[in-house]
Design a binder for this molecule. Structure first.
Ligand SMILES: NC(=O)c1ccc[n+]([C@@H]2O[C@H](COP(=O)([O-])OP(=O)(O)OC[C@H]3O[C@@H](n4cnc5c(N)ncnc54)[C@H](O)[C@@H]3O)[C@@H](O)[C@H]2O)c1
Ligand SMILES: [Zn+2]
Length: 378
């Protein structure tokens, strides 16, 4: 399918900007709608990596007067604009629901009520919709435990337990069919975004895909946003001579996927019908403990700093979640290409060559978590 004119909301951000570049490279006309959220874009201006071939519109996705004409001029919409922090969503409830849930509702309202020629919609969803990943109990097979009780975290009993027999369970890659479970406001909004978009897509015959991003990393991550992902937080700590702080014991398994692989998967979703009307895991398919990532970053940076293993949990954290990418492989022909070593080396090279990219605001964010009682005392 040839899609000529593509609207990327949040396209000044990290994932959206890489996608915009890739689409320009494929001959598409790309429009970006972004309000330059100050927490992400501290300068208040379009980022230095802005693509001269892209049309940039500064505005809010909740503003119908701005969004509607852009949607009407497009063949496809990739909705990346969002407020993106799990921790912050637990005390900025109104903002998160308004930007993420209502912003998507407005997009869908336009698609239902205006005369348009949009033939594909991608809505950025997240690993967060699963809550905990999938687990296997030796006695009970596949099980889906909920969030760990505070008392368990306080006792530093980090591993998940089987809901039936209480024994420890083993993490397995999470397929899209796993029961969904939200344990923080950000993830609820991601769940609502994807459910609403898939529902409207199926009802009105508009092909919608909900990519569920796992832990995306790569150049252009907002390193100074202390509410962003752990890689950005640790890197900015290391670049400012501080120890990365690893919650619990660092054994949490995650799936780190290069932004380049993510973009390739998004392009496949735009160009093929194989995943239409479905949620799709977007990950590397590799499980890795987060402590190893913190160490890898320090090693690649050449700083002799050991991560600080906090042995403390946060109330909303999950233990393990890694991607089963069978659907992306089979429905789209997706194959991740970037190795961890290469991908992180590229990230670090970019961070080093980008002045003022890393200002560490993490201590302040940690203090906020402490004040709101979101760190478990142990
Ligand atoms: N990075 C990850 O690991 C990851 C994981 C899961 C899901 N996601 C999802 O992917 C999408 C993109 O994430 P990202 O990592 O590129 O984040 P990002 O913060 O770099 O980009 C988001 C962009 O949206 C813009 N924005 C925020 N609120 C807006 C509003 N009201 N109106 C217009 N623009 C607005 C911001 O200015 C920013 O440029 C988000 O929907 C996020 O929830 C990302
Ligand atoms: Zn069991």
């Amino acid at each position: 399918m040839t899609l000529r004119h593509i609207l990327v909301t949040g396209g000044a951000g990290y994932i959206g900007s890489h996608l915009a570049d890739a689409l320009v490279g494929r001959g598409c006309r790309v429009t970006v709608l972004d309000n330059l959220e100050p927490q992400v874009h501290r300068s208040g201006t379009w980022p230095s990596y802005a693509n001269p071939a892209v049309r940039y519109v500064r505005g809010d996705v909740r503003d119908r007067a701005i969004l509607e004409p852009l949607v009407l001029a497009s063949d496809a919409v990739v909705h990346c604009a969002a407020a993106v922090s799990v921790g912050q969503s637990m005390y900025q409830v109104d903002r998160y629901v308004d930007v993420n849930t209502r912003g998507t509702a407005l997009l869908l309202d336009i698609l239902v009520n205006a005369k348009h020629h949009v033939r594909k919609v991608l809505v950025a969803s997240s690993i967060g919709v699963y809550g905990e990943g999938a687990y296997r109990c030796q006695a009970h097979g596949m099980v889906a435990p909920g969030i760990r009780p505070e008392a368990q975290l306080a006792a530093r009993d980090w591993e998940q337990r089987c809901p039936s027999c209480g024994d420890h369970v083993a993490s397995v890659p999470t397929p899209e069919g796993k029961a969904l479970y939200r344990d923080n406001i950000y993830s609820m909004t991601k769940y609502h975004q994807e459910e609403m978009a898939l529902l409207i897509g199926r009802t009105y015959g508009i092909p919608v895909v909900a990519p569920r991003f796992f832990n995306v990393y790569g150049p252009r991550q907002s390193l100074s946003n202390p509410y962003a992902g752990i890689v950005a937080i640790w890197l900015s700590r290391l670049l400012t001579g501080k120890q990365p702080i690893v919650f619990e014991d660092g054994g949490q398994l995650r799936d780190f996927v290069s932004v380049h692989d993510v973009v390739e998967c998004l392009v496949l979703m735009l160009e093929n019908a194989g995943a239409d009307f479905l949620p799709v895991n977007v990950g590397s398919g590799q499980a890795i403990p987060i402590l190893e990532i913190a160490r890898l970053l320090a090693r690649l940076l050449g700083v002799p700093v050991e991560p600080l293993v906090a042995q403390r949990g946060r109330k909303f954290d999950i233990r393990h979640n890694t991607a089963d990418i069978t659907r992306a492989r089979e429905a789209l022909g997706f194959e991740p290409r970037v190795s961890l070593e290469h991908g992180f080396a590229e990230l670090i090279e970019w961070a080093r060559s980008t002045p003022d990219v890393a200002v560490d605001y993490f201590d302040q964010a940690l203090e906020e978590l402490e004040q709101k009682g979101l760190l478990v005392k142990s």
